[in-house]
Write a protein that binds this ligand. Structure first.
Ligand code: SF4
Ligand code: SF4
Length: 92
């Protein structure tokens, strides 16, 4: 099988690759979002870390920190943050 035809792991894929399916027949996502914390607004209450279904947020130095490899962009943290410190950013 030639390279560039979907043998990346998980959802990693070349941006310019035109074939939209993995070799296993799953559709690659068209876009991906990741949570981003505004450190100035964050008060370190930990509500986002408690509620994240993918365990992607930890509290470091009294600020929330998102692990972009675990974050699935579901948006739960943006809803529970009392300070509105989290937004979803498009990665591609
Ligand atoms: S968007 Fe979803 S997966 Fe990502 S950090 Fe927030 S709650 Fe967790
Ligand atoms: S819920 Fe908001 S204020 Fe609380 S730790 Fe998370 S990002 Fe910071």
């Amino acid at each position: 099988m030639p390279r560039g035809h979907g043998f990346g792991r998980g959802f990693r894929r070349c941006r310019y690759m035109s074939w939209p399916y993995t070799p296993w027949g799953w559709r690659y996502p068209l876009f991906r979002r990741v949570a981003k914390v505004d450190r100035e607004k964050c008060i370190g209450c930990g509500k986002c870390a408690e509620r994240c279904p993918f365990n992607a947020i930890s509290i470091e130095d009294k600020k929330a920190k998102v692990n972009p490899y675990f974050c699935k962009g579901c948006g739960v943290c943006t809803l529970v943050c009392p300070k509105g410190a989290i937004t979803l950013e498009y990665v591609y």
